[in-house]
Design a binder for this molecule. Structure first.
Ligand code: ADE
Length: 229
């Protein structure tokens, strides 16, 4: 998979991509992440990337020219499966969307700032708009980092234990059951006995029941519609 991230703050991704699973996936060659500074494409004298909105409303708007030139250059080099704009008014990210996008080859992620981007970018280039939640961030960078992380952990080979992505919360429509590790007794706080029993079938059943119970309590919305058919 190749991700091209368009941003005016490429340094914001330094910390996010230089650790753990993402770093290992990059080193293994499972994913390529290319950061593009939108300012490098500005043709204005002072390398501006934003301007006042027509119509006189407040805030600044990201200009069409630098973003369009950057996208055009990338599109001339390879075909992209999706050109995604990170924005609070996009479709809300969830595991099915992540699963779907993780199977793509080439993605562009565009990070907005200020009041928004010139609508003509959205009209002409953007194929998908994604929000990571109903709150407003100061820019799309953190949202793009969240999407990137959620995608990379699904690429085969990115996780050391390949089955562990399958047992993630949400992958089967349920939250994950509680997990424990040694010691089995910590100052009288004991691990549920079933997990020490060695009975795989009973442990699987217990895990499923715990996942169901947790989902019922915390996220009943995930169960709505299930079992209707
Ligand atoms: N940019 C600003 N807020 C955002 C959000 N909630 N999701 C995606 N991109 C954003």
């Amino acid at each position: 998979m190749r991700l091209d991230i368009l941003t005016i703050f490429p340094q914001m991704f330094d910390g996010a991509f230089n650790h753990s699973i993402i770093q290992r996936a990059i080193k293994k060659g499972l994913v390529e992440i290319h950061l593009h500074n939108i300012r490098d494409y500005s043709k204005s004298k002072h390398l501006n990337v934003d301007d006042y909105p027509f119509g006189g409303s407040s805030g600044m708007v990201m200009m069409i020219q630098p973003i369009a030139d950057c996208i055009e250059k990338l599109k001339s080099e390879r075909a992209y499966d999706e050109i995604i704009f990170m924005t609070p008014d996009g479709e809300r990210l969830n595991q099915p969307i992540v699963n779907q996008l993780s199977m793509k080859e080439n993605l562009i992620l565009l990070c907005g700032h200020y009041k928004g981007i010139d609508e003509r970018i959205r009209d002409q280039y953007i194929t998908r708009e994604i929000s990571i939640g109903d709150y407003v961030l100061s820019g799309g960078e953190l949202a793009a980092a969240v999407l990137t992380d959620s995608l990379i952990r699904l690429i085969p080979g990115a996780l050391s234990d390949e089955t562990s992505a399958l047992s993630d919360s949400f992958q089967d429509g349920l939250l994950s059951p509680p997990v424990y590790t040694r010691p089995a007794d910590y100052n009288g706080h004991k691990v549920p006995a079933i997990l020490l029993s060695g009975n795989e079938k009973e442990i699987r059943k217990w895990n499923y029941e715990q996942a169901l119970e947790r989902t019922r309590k915390r996220r009943p919305d995930l169960l709505e519609g299930q079992g209707d058919s």
